[in-house]
Design a protein. Structure first.
Lengths: 141, 112
């Protein structure tokens, strides 16, 4: 980012196909070198965004390629906020608890997002879409 | 995700590359494991050195393969796990399940 004091907003819409999960990751990795944060911070945010997009595609949009997942990236000098929107009904996130079976093959996405973000919000957007908001503070080592 | 197979000192090595994220990857990896077991290869080393990232569905693919190999009396271990992927193993507690190595020779010797 040429001016570290400015904020920048990027929007992206991807089809609900797993092959597109790498696109938001590519955006964050492309910018990682110019952000005032260790690579680990960007890796953790990007991993969380991939999880949010995976859920949006599978549970929100039922893997319908014609229904997009929308992402908003807000880059500030001290933090990155990513909003992921889908067209699904959402879920009861307040009562969600991680399954206990260590060898389960599914059900780790929310745990990963919780562990790797500084703030995680599940909300309903004004237009009715389900919305996951992920926030990561930037701090250099 | 792409998969290559090779053998080294009697150990089957599966080299994965790209993104490990579910979908068709699950069937491809499961079929590879099944074929190796059918051919008598019960000790399997999965090289993640060229995997860019893994999501939770991709973790499920590895767990499924691990469970299949264990049920058949073998063992599945990991090689070249990046810091990014290792951190996902840590938060999901799967580092207590999978044994991983940075060095291929050491990994192969561990099956003895």
């Amino acid at each position: 980012m040429s001016d570290p004091n400015r904020t920048h907003h990027v929007e992206l819409k991807i089809p609900s196909l797993l092959v597109f999960l790498g696109v938001p990751d590519a955006i964050l990795m492309e910018l990682a070198g110019d952000l005032p944060a260790p690579q680990k911070t960007i890796d953790e945010l990007s991993t969380s965004v991939i999880e949010a997009c995976t859920n949006a595609m599978e549970h929100g949009n039922a893997m319908s390629a014609d229904v997009g997942v929308e992402l908003h990236f807000d880059f500030s000098p001290d933090r990155i906020e990513v909003t992921v929107l889908d067209s699904g009904p959402g879920f009861d996130h307040d009562s969600w608890k991680p399954p206990e079976d260590l060898m389960r093959e599914r059900g780790r996405g929310i745990t990963i997002m919780r562990e790797f973000t500084d703030e995680l919000h599940f909300e309903r957007a004004e237009d009715g879409r389900f919305c996951v908001r992920l926030l990561k503070h930037l701090c250099s080592d | 995700m792409k998969i290559k197979e090779r053998k080294q000192d009697g150990i089957a090595i599966i080299e994965m590359s790209g993104k490990l994220m579910g979908g068709p990857d699950a069937a491809t990896f499961a079929e590879t494991i099944k074929t190796l077991i059918h051919e008598g290869n019960l000790n399997i080393l999965v090289d993640l050195g060229k995997v860019n990232w893994v999501n939770s569905t991709g973790l499920g693919i590895l767990i499924s393969g691990y469970s299949t190999v264990k049920k058949n009396g073998g063992d599945l271990k990991l090689l070249h796990v990046s810091d990014r992927i290792e951190s996902i193993f840590m938060v999901s507690k799967l580092h207590t399940v999978f044994t991983s190595f940075d060095n291929e020779d050491e990994a192969i010797r561990s099956f003895a």
